[in-house]
Design a protein around this ligand. Structure first.
Ligand code: TYD
Ligand code: MG
Length: 455
């Protein structure tokens, strides 16, 4: 028998090279090439010498009536929201996330609830023994849920099992990186194995109208381990994210063939599993009796949901000559440098002799430029040691000219602030107040400084 030919597959982009190199020639990723045996023709194709001789495909029109399959609710409203209203039968969903973030917990909870509602659910674990999964189910109060459980890694065995009985409504594979397809050589977790296993499972699920959930691990740089092609093969990709040191978890859709991608589900990890958080702002707001300097509330937007977070700044004077530090947690450090420069150039407020620390409370990552004004306000308040009056939120994007620009969905953000009892919003002129919340128009950073430090 001929020796299998070797090839090198990039774990980041899936491109194939014949030689190893330190950097992928296609996507430029470093140390991403993995050695694999080149796939040979399938026994079927070899036996039948398949090269040509395809069948003509029946063509059809766009205007045929469409029957949308009824979605299946997961029993967790926040999960349903991220999916766009529950699982679509016959669809394949990839759920990615860091190890230990709670993927298995989330899917076991959904499996339990769906099974209790009378659906046929199979949970296949390739990572844990059935006892471990059972133990978790006990902890989650789901011991009595009629979920079929299996510990398996062979795709062939799983497909045979699925083919044997009546069809399942939901099959969960935990995780796709542990699955092994006998169609190919190579260890589980290699690019070709992940791809081949996923392909077989998805094809089988589509045929039987089963919802297939693939759990996937995320590598250090935040990609689902294995090729990006996995993301192209499924109908929806959701990421489960959060800080391990904080309780909150966000389920974020990054691709959804059956719904919007800007929806998020919010959960908190508790001792007995994931708890839904219908009002996310309650997670990130700090309760205190009197205002402190350097803190202000920013109405952030996660997908389409407003989330109020506290931006905290600290400015510490350093001896002249020393290079002052700038440290940021939860925001963009380049953006902080810009806000500092705008404050200095347009409002005459220099922090070049101060160390500056900026923190988004609660561990949330804020990525929006709409937080500029809140950051500027926190900095001015910190350096002048003047607390921002209680009940104030700030939103607005800063231009290099020092002007404050309008932000998207200001009404949505302010509605949430009003609902939580905030009375005042520092915002660009033209922003409308909501109910009892009034807007203090703030046209520039200079106006902000004179509002916070009247002298
Ligand atoms: P897990 O679902 O195993 O994460 P993943 O499948 O993404 O690797 O959850 C792991 C963490 O969640 C674990 O460190 C403990 C914590 N946890 C709780 O705090 N409460 C619970 O009820 C459960 C089941 C887990
Ligand atoms: Mg797990």
């Amino acid at each position: 028998m001929a020796r299998p030919q070797l090839r090198y597959v990039c774990t980041a982009c899936g491109s194939v090279s014949s030689k190893w190199s330190g950097q992928c020639p296609e996507c430029g990723a470093w140390n991403s090439l993995q050695q694999e045996a080149a796939p040979s023709a399938t026994p079927f194709a070899r036996k039948h010498g398949l090269k040509s001789g395809g069948q003509p495909i029946a063509l059809t029109a766009l205007d045929k009536p469409v029957v949308l399959p009824l979605r299946k609710a997961t029993g967790l409203a926040e999960f349903d929201r991220a999916l766009g209203g529950g699982f679509v039968p016959g669809s394949a969903i990839l759920i990615g996330g860091d190890p230990g973030i709670g993927k298995s917990t989330l899917l076991l909870q959904a499996a339990g609830r769906m099974a209790r509602s009378g659906l046929r659910v199979l949970y296949v674990s390739g990572e844990e023994a059935t006892d471990q999964v059972r133990l978790r189910a006990h902890r989650l109060g789901l011991a009595d849920a009629p979920v079929a459980l299996a510990a398996a890694t062979s795709v062939r065995d799983i497909l045979t099992t699925l083919g044997a009985g009546p069809s399942h409504d939901l099959v969960i594979i935990d995780s796709i990186q542990t699955m092994y397809s006998d169609q190919l050589e190579g260890a589980p977790g290699t690019v070709s194995q992940v791809r081949a296993s996923a392909l077989e499972l998805i094809a089988a699920a589509k045929n039987s109208g089963t919802v297939l959930v693939l759990i996937g691990h995320v590598t250090k740089d935040g990609q689902i381990a294995g090729p990006r092609v996995l993301e192209h093969m499924v109908d929806a990709v959701l990421y489960f994210e959060g800080e391990r040191s904080h309780a909150y978890r966000l389920l974020r859709a990054v691709k959804n063939r059956f719904g919007a991608t800007d929806e998020i589900g919010v959960f908190a990890m508790a001792a007995d599993g994931l708890v839904e958080v219908p009002n996310p702002s309650s997670l990130f707001l700090t309760e205190r009796d009197r205002p402190v300097s350097g803190a202000i509330i920013f109405p952030a937007l996660e997908g389409t949901r407003p989330v109020l977070v506290e931006m905290q700044a600290l400015a510490v004077r350093v001896p002249s000559g020393a290079t002052p530090r700038r440290a940021v947690v939860g925001w963009d450090s380049g953006r902080l440098a810009m806000v500092l420069a705008v404050l200095e150039a347009r409002a005459g407020l220099s922090l070049s002799s101060h160390e500056v620390y900026l923190n988004v409370a609660g561990g949330l990552q804020v990525r929006e430029p709409a937080a500029d004004l809140a950051v500027a306000a926190a900095l001015v308040s910190a350096v002048s040691d003047t607390p921002v009056p209680a009940g104030t939120v700030a939103l607005g994007e800063l231009a290099l000219s020092g002007e404050v620009r309008r932000v998207a969905h200001a009404d949505l953000r302010l509605k949430e602030a009003a609902k939580l009892g905030f009375a005042r919003a520092l915002a660009p002129p033209g922003t409308k107040g909501v109910g009892a919340l009034e807007v203090c128009p703030c046209a520039s950073v200079a106006a902000l400084v004179s509002w916070l430090m009247p002298r």
